[in-house]
Design a protein around this ligand. Structure first.
Ligand code: XMP
Length: 509
C-alpha cells in the first residue's frame, strides 16, 4: 500500500494534513519527529514525506529537528511552514524573524514554474501563519513563490525537495488541495487507491487468519466506533466474537432497545445485554459532584463488564474501537499533551487477554463512518452524534434519579426530533438537552407550576476541542420549547445555551 509519512513537529494542523492527503485517496500516517530515524523511514517504504508546521523557531533551544539523512533517502519531501524553515536550515539557508512581524491570515501569492504549482493560477490566495521567514535560500534551491512581504513563500531544489511557507492543508488556501495533489501524484507518483472498501476487505481477511479459532470480546456501547469495530470483527470471526453491551440506565430514549435490535437482527451477533440500571442508580444515589459521578460510572462499568466476561470464560482478544485521533492524541504523534485517551477505562488490567484488537486504529472518524456504511450498518447509527460514556448522568445537574432521567429522556427526544425534521443545511455536530437543578415558577391553565428549567445545547465544531454554539433558527427553538413544556410533565421553562467552548465545555458536567 502506498503511504505518506507526515512528520510531526508539533504543528496544530498535523492531523489535518493527514486528512487532506487521505481525502485524495493516499494513505498518510502521522509520526512524531522523535520516533523516526532515517533507517526506520527507509524501511517503511514511504512514497513521500511531509514535514509539518510547529510552534517554535528553528533556532530556539531544543526546537524539534530531524536527521538530515531522512531527506537524503531519495524520497520526495514537502516542508510546510516550520517544516519549510527546517529544510532551509538543514540545507544551509537562513531563517530570521520576518521583517513585517510575520504574516497571518489570507495573503495573495504568485509563483513561478514548478511541479508543485502545476495548474495553479499565477496569482491566488494562501493561508499564512508565521513569525519567522526564510531570508537566505540554501545553495541549489530556488524561490518558487512569493508574497508582498515574503520573498520565499515556496522553494524547491528542482529534484525532490519542496517547501511552502503557507498552509496548503487549510481550506483558506484556494488551491491547497491542488498543491498537495501535485506533490502526491506529480512528485511522489502516488496512484490514489486508498479507499474504504479495500480497507474493509483486507481487514476482514487479516482478522480471519490471525484470529482463527480464537475467542474475542468487545465492549459495545452503541456508539459509532465500537459498533463498526464489532461488526467488522463479526464479519471476520462470526460467533467467536461476543459483544457485551452494558445498559447502565443512563441512555437516551429507546436507545438500549435500538442497539440490541440492530445487532441481533441485522448482524445476527452473539450479544450479551446487561441491564444494570438499578446497580448504577444505586451507586449514584445522593451524588451531585460531576467528577464523582464520572468516577462511579467508570468503575461500575468495569465491574459489570468484568463479571460478564468471567461468565463467558477464557477470551483471547479484547476488541476496542480506538480510532486514529485517539492514538495520535495519546502520544503517537507529537501532540501527546492534549489528553490521554482511554477506552472503556483500563479493561485489560482487570481481565486477562492475550492481546488487544483495534481494527480502526488507523482511521479518522469520517473514514470509520464510511467503513460502517460499507458494512451495511444503518445510517441512523453510522452518522449518530457523539454521546458521552457517562450518558445522561452528566446532563442531569445534581443528583440523578429515575424521575429526572424520565423527564430528560422525553425532552431530549423532542429536541432531537425537531432538529432532525427541520432538515437544516448546517446541522449542529452535537445537540441535546440538559436538566438543570434549578426550579422556576410557571403558569398552566390558571394554576401555578413549579418545575425544572431545561437547557437546550447545540454546537458546531470540527474536532470537539473547541466549539461554537449553533445559531439554530428561532422558529425551531420556539417549536421545541412549546412541545417540551406541553408534552413533558415537570418542566416549566426552556433556555438555550449560547456559550462556546472555551470558555464552557460541550457537556455541562
Ligand atoms: P466536553 O464536554 O469535554 O466534550 O467539551 C467534548 C466531547 O466529548 C464528549 N464527552 C465524552 N465522551 N466519555 C466520552 O466518551 C466521556 O466521559 C465524555 N465527556 C465528554 C462530549 O459529548 C463531546 O462530544
Amino acid at each position: 500500500m502506498e503511504k505518506i509519512l507526515v512528520l510531526d513537529f508539533g504543528g496544530q494542523y498535523n492531523l489535518l494534513i493527514a486528512r487532506r492527503v487521505r481525502e485524495q485517496r493516499v494513505y498518510a500516517e502521522v509520526r512524531s519527529y522523535r520516533n523516526v530515524t532515517a533507517e526506520s523511514v527507509a524501511a517503511e517504504g514511504y512514497k513521500g514525506i511531509i514535514f509539518t508546521g510547529g510552534p517554535q523557531s528553528v533556532y530556539a533551544e531544543n526546537s524539534p529537528k530531524c536527521d538530515k539523512k531522512i531527506t537524503e533517502l531519495g524520497i520526495p519531501v514537502l516542508g510546510i511552514c516550520y517544516g519549510a524553515q527546517l529544510l532551509a536550515c538543514l540545507y544551509g539557508g537562513k531563517v530570521s524573524p520576518a521583517s513585517h512581524a510575520g504574516e497571518y491570515g489570507k495573503v495573495e501569492f504568485t509563483h513561478g514554474d514548478d511541479a508543485l504549482f502545476k495548474d495553479v493560477p499565477e496569482l491566488s490566495v494562501c493561508w499564512m501563519s508565521h513569525t519567522d521567514s526564510i531570508t537566505a535560500l540554501p545553495e541549489c534551491f530556488t524561490a518558487t513563490a512569493r508574497t508582498a512581504n515574503c520573498p520565499v513563500a515556496a522553494m524547491s531544489n528542482g529534484k525532490n525537495i519542496y517547501a511552502v511557507q503557507f498552509h496548503p492543508e487549510v481550506t483558506h488556501t484556494e488551491y491547497g488541495k491542488k498543491i498537495l495533489g501535485n506533490f502526491l501524484f506529480g512528485v511522489c507518483g502516488c496512484k490514489g487507491e486508498w479507499n474504504m472498501s479495500g480497507f474493509l476487505k483486507t481487514s476482514v481477511e487479516r482478522y480471519e487468519n490471525a484470529l482463527k479459532g480464537k475467542k474475542a470480546l468487545c465492549a459495545l456501547s452503541g456508539g459509532v466506533d465500537s459498533s463498526v469495530a464489532a461488526v467488522l470483527l463479526n464479519k471476520a470471526v462470526g460467533k467467536n466474537l461476543t459483544c457485551v453491551f452494558v445498559d447502565h440506565g443512563l441512555l437516551r430514549k429507546d436507545e438500549g432497545d435500538k442497539v440490541e435490535r440492530t445487532f441481533r437482527g441485522l448482524f445476527d451477533m452473539k450479544l450479551v445485554r446487561v441491564n444494570a440500571a438499578d446497580e448504577f442508580l444505586d451507586k449514584l444515589k445522593g451524588v451531585t459532584e460531576p467528577e464523582k459521578k464520572r468516577k462511579i460510572i467508570g468503575e461500575e462499568f468495569i465491574r459489570v463488564f468484568e463479571r460478564e466476561a468471567h461468565k463467558i470464560g477464557k477470551v483471547d482478544y479484547l476488541v476496542q474501537g480506538t480510532i486514529y485521533p485517539d492514538v495520535v492524541e495519546s502520544g503517537a504523534g507529537d501532540a501527546g499533551t492534549i489528553k490521554s485517551h482511554h477506552n472503556v477505562g483500563g479493561l485489560p488490567d482487570v481481565i486477562e487477554f492475550d492481546g488487544i484488537v483495534e481494527p480502526l486504529r488507523y482511521l479518522f472518524k469520517d473514514e470509520v463512518r464510511a467503513v460502517g456504511r460499507e458494512l451495511g450498518i444503518p445510517e441512523e447509527l453510522v452518522s449518530r452524534q457523539p454521546f458521552p460514556g457517562p450518558g445522561l448522568a452528566i446532563r442531569i445537574i445534581g443528583e440523578v434519579t429515575e424521575e429526572k432521567l424520565a423527564i430528560l429522556r422525553e425532552a431530549d427526544a423532542i429536541f432531537r426530533e425537531e432538529i432532525a425534521s427541520a432538515k437544516l443545511c448546517d446541522n449542529p455536530d452535537q445537540y441535546f438537552a440538559v436538566l438543570t437543578d434549578c426550579r422556576t415558577v410557571g403558569v398552566k391553565g390558571d394554576a401555578r407550576t413549579y418545575g425544572y428549567t431545561l437547557a437546550l445545547r447545540a454546537v458546531s465544531t470540527d474536532d470537539f476541542m473547541t466549539a461554537d454554539w449553533t445559531r439554530i433558527p428561532y422558529e425551531l427553538l420556539a417549536r421545541a420549547s412549546n412541545r417540551i413544556t406541553n408534552e413533558v410533565r415537570g418542566i416549566s421553562r426552556v433556555v438555550y445555551d449560547v456559550t462556546s467552548k472555551p470558555p464552557a465545555t460541550v457537556e455541562w458536567e
